[in-house]
Write a protein that binds this ligand. Structure first.
Ligand code: HEM
Length: 479
């Protein structure tokens, strides 16, 4: 099986780089004699190769399996090494301790970094792009909306979404990723907006699909390009959201979901969030919530399909809960979802093995002394989650899918599927909850067979099984 480990951010930088290559090659020929990597002589950069000026090691990364690209350099240079990819000098970080320094203890020195086109598309006031007081104000609000105490009341609504969707798969061949996106999108929408009219939801959903297509395309702002269409959809999305915000402000009811929390928020000087701050953050959270969760669900179906004994053990756990629900004539509750230890470990192991966010990008905001090395201001710093998750030092036989490894907690800072520190994911509990709910109903009512060879990986932009895992779903025989 070919395993690539490109993160969405990698895909982002990639799309821009493709356009730049011809331009860069021409400039390179002219500038070659004058170029060299400058840094103060007495300061020691991390070991590693910067490859060619401008192009760096990008071509190598593209012609090698990225997993070997990273692990070969890690073997040669150690856990911290420099390289130059996608037009940027970078420092790769693959020790848990050093990743913690970047993401947690000295996070103020390493800001998140995204290409400007992505910022424009999501909305420049979304929390991902900020540090400091503004970020922390928004983060508190988003976290409050996705705490276990806030989402425990959503179980029946999420269950309703799952129960509407799963029967439509019976006796059909479906593309798992596509269907999981529908599920995760609906969950993200009710979490972000609370109960909204179906018609409004439908309009927003269509605009989102258009936005998503352009998000991973080249940022060419020309008539007819996916990028131009996406920017148009973004504008309409903004108008729709502002209409909803205006209506809620006028009737004086903040309503449910994250939007309700945003509308009710005031800082110590009684300043409210502006409409554009709210719209950018609602759009951003829905974006962050659905592709990630859909990719994880797709991998889980693949792993359960490939590990029949595990599927039967998970089904047994879920049937125990199903019997209880039947006897008590009720639907799932939050407490039921806390009694699914094996299913929970399958989710944990999937998050480790698939490591759908393979790494994240930060940028040094000033010259930084780091673990005995010098990192110049402006260099990218990449904590490599996947490399840490696949290290035999922390996870013996790392390529084996083995949920039992989570019967004991992993060593601190070695397991970061949801990141770490100030920018860590605020939606981790919601992602786990919706995954448990879907798996409860799926394993107790259906079986699935992968159609085609089922091996290989594609990036959309998160790694998922090839073609988004086509499967044939059949009703499960009742015992
Ligand atoms: C299994 C599914 C998910 C995975 C694997 C995941 C992973 C991550 C990771 C690794 C980060 C940190 C990125 C960084 O440090 O640069 C992150 C940030 C974020 N995630 Fe998630 N996520 C998932 C689901 C969700 C959901 C359901 C939500 C919705 C609430 C969400 C909202 C966010 C937001 C808003 C951020 C940015 C936080 C900040 O910048 O402070 N994610 N996610």
């Amino acid at each position: 099986m070919q395993v690539f480990s490109l993160s969405p951010l990698f895909a982002i930088f990639h799309s821009q780089f493709v356009i730049l290559i011809p331009l860069l090659l021409c400039s390179l020929l002219l500038l070659l004699p004058f170029l060299q990597w400058h840094h103060p002589r007495h300061k020691r950069l991390p070991p590693g190769s910067m490859g060619w000026p401008y192009i760096g090691e990008t071509l190598k990364l593209y012609t090698e399996n990225p997993n070997s690209f990273f692990s070969n350099r890690q073997k040669r240079y150690g856990d911290i090494f420099k390289t130059h990819i996608l037009g940027c000098p970078c420092v790769m970080v693959s020790s848990p301790e050093a990743a913690r320094v970047v993401l947690v203890s000295r996070a103020h020195l390493f800001k998140p970094t995204y290409p400007p086109s992505k910022e424009k598309m999501i909305g420049p006031e979304a929390l991902f792009f900020h540090q400091g007081a503004y970020h922390s104000r928004l983060k508190k609000l988003v976290q409050a909306s996705f705490l276990p105490s806030a989402i425990r009341g959503s179980v029946s609504k999420i269950e309703h979404i799952a129960l509407k969707l799963i029967p439509t798969w019976n006796n059909c061949t479906i593309y798992t990723l596509q269907e999981m996106k529908r599920y995760a999108f609906d969950v993200a929408m009710i979490s972000a907006l609370g109960d909204q009219h179906d018609l409004e939801m439908e309009g927003i959903k269509n605009l989102y699909q258009c936005l998503e297509k352009g998000y991973n395309s080249m940022p060419l702002d020309l008539p007819g390009t996916p990028f131009r269409k996406a920017m148009k959809a973004r504008k309409l999305l903004n108008e729709d959201l502002r209409r909803i915000i205006k209506k809620r402000r006028e009737i004086g009811k903040h309503g449910g979901g994250l939007l309700g929390i945003f509308l009710g928020a005031e800082d110590e000087k009684h300043n409210q969030l502006s409409d554009s701050q709210i719209a950018d953050n609602i759009i951003g959270v829905i974006f962050a919530a659905h592709d990630t969760t859909a990719s994880v669900l797709t991998w889980i179906l693949k792993y359960l399909h490939d590990n029949v004994n595990l599927l039967e053990a998970v089904t047994k756990e879920q049937e125990g809960i199903q019997r209880k629900l039947f006897e008590e004539n009720r639907g799932l509750t939050w407490d039921d979802t806390r009694r699914m230890p094996l299913t929970g470990r399958v989710i944990q192991e999937t998050l480790r093995t698939a490591s759908i966010l393979s790494f994240t990008f930060r940028e040094a905001v000033e010259d930084v002394e780091f673990e005995g090395y010098f990192i110049p201001k402006g260099w990218k710093v990449l904590p490599l989650f996947r490399t840490i998750h696949h290290s035999a030092d922390f996870f013996p036989q790392p390529e084996k899918f083995d949920p039992s490894r989570f019967e004991v907690p992993p060593r601190p800072n070695t397991y970061m599927p949801f990141g770490n520190g100030v920018h860590a994911c605020p939606g981790s509990e919601l992602a786990k909850l919706e995954t448990l709910i879907l798996l409860h109903h799926l394993t107790t009512s259906c079986r699935w067979q992968v159609v085609g060879d089922g091996d290989g990986i594609q990036y959309g932009p998160f790694p998922v099984p090839k073609q988004g895992l086509p499967i044939k779903v059949t009703p499960k025989n009742k015992k």
